[in-house]
Design a protein around this ligand. Structure first.
Ligand SMILES: Nc1ncnc2c1ncn2[C@@H]1O[C@H](COP(=O)(O)OP(=O)(O)OP(=O)(O)O)[C@@H](O)[C@H]1O
Length: 264
């Protein structure tokens, strides 16, 4: 489904990604976690073929994204939903037209079918009244939700969300996180990837975390295991942001007993 092998990327003399390798199987839910500036967005851009790596191979839905032509990439991206952090909506289009634009380009739905999908999505987001509004009339959280709705409107096999909750308040973050999770639960075969610098968001989203630091994969697997068995940096990175949260919430998140006993 997704495979990166020994991928490296530099901008000028700055090495941004180094020897990145991992695979994601169909239906997997994965959080790509790492501190700000560690290279997460760059990694997603490479995966989507929006940028080229300096070395290594990248395959998405069986397509070699390094050597594919623009047409071949577009063909593959028709089956992929994506919402980037700065994934701005088109300012001059209404919410309806923003979502419709994606569907017109990426699906073969009829006008009526598109209308139905948009109405259903906006209803499930509790944003039906935004349909005829322009982006400048929406709050930051609403725009983000519409951006995610747009990524989902095409019913993608793989959906990729870059920092879906950054800069949003906890309540809006939870709404968005649940929205993406529900999407996975509705169709278990759908592969979902998010990137985030929030440990809490990462572990709430998926069991599997690919942990990146300074452009390298430092750990990959179940976060509960990482909390106990990871190296010093991994354990520190995961714990420092969680220690001190309410103990009930710590249990709700599913933090391992051993971890709770040690830190609370
Ligand atoms: N086009 C570019 N030219 C030069 N440097 C770049 C370019 N794009 C990204 N970088 C640099 O690459 C590094 C990684 O950036 P990237 O946006 O991938 O990280 P990130 O982990 O997504 O960070 P954040 O969570 O803050 O968005 C940063 O130091 C950034 O300045």
């Amino acid at each position: 489904m997704i495979s990166l092998q020994q991928v490296g990327k530099s901008y000028g003399s700055a090495k941004i990604l180094d020897d990145i390798s991992f695979e994601v199987q169909p239906g997997e839910k994965v959080s790509i976690l790492g501190p700000g500036g560690c290279g997460k967005s760059t990694l997603l851009k490479l995966l989507l073929g929006l940028e080229k790596p300096n070395s290594g191979s990248i395959s998405l839905l069986e397509r070699d994204m390094v050597h594919a032509s623009e047409n071949e990439k577009q063909e593959t991206l028709r089956r992929v939903g994506m919402a980037f952090q700065q994934g701005a909506l088109f300012d001059y289009m209404t919410v309806n037209d923003n979502i419709r634009f994606a569907m017109e380009h990426m699906t073969d739905l009829s006008d009526d079918e598109m209308e139905q999908v948009i109405d259903d999505l906006l209803l499930s987001l509790k944003l039906p009244r935004t349909k005829t509004m322009f982006p400048y009339e929406l709050s930051g959280g609403m725009k983000r939700r519409i951006g995610i709705a747009r990524a989902l409107a095409t019913d993608p096999v793989v959906a990729i969300f870059d920092e879906p909750t950054s800069g949003l308040d906890p309540v809006t973050s939870t709404i968005i996180l649940n929205m993406i999770k529900e999407l996975g639960q509705k169709d278990e075969s759908r592969t979902l990837l998010i990137s985030t610098s929030s440990v809490e968001i990462a572990i709430r989203f998926a069991d599997r975390i690919i942990l990146i630091n300074e452009g390298r994969v430092v750990d990959d697997g179940d976060w509960r295991k990482m909390m106990i068995d990871g190296d010093d940096w991994v354990r520190h990175f995961l714990s420092v942001r969680l220690i001190g949260i309410d103990i009930e919430y710590a249990r709700e998140l599913g933090l391992p007993d051993e971890f709770i006993k040690k830190h609370w």
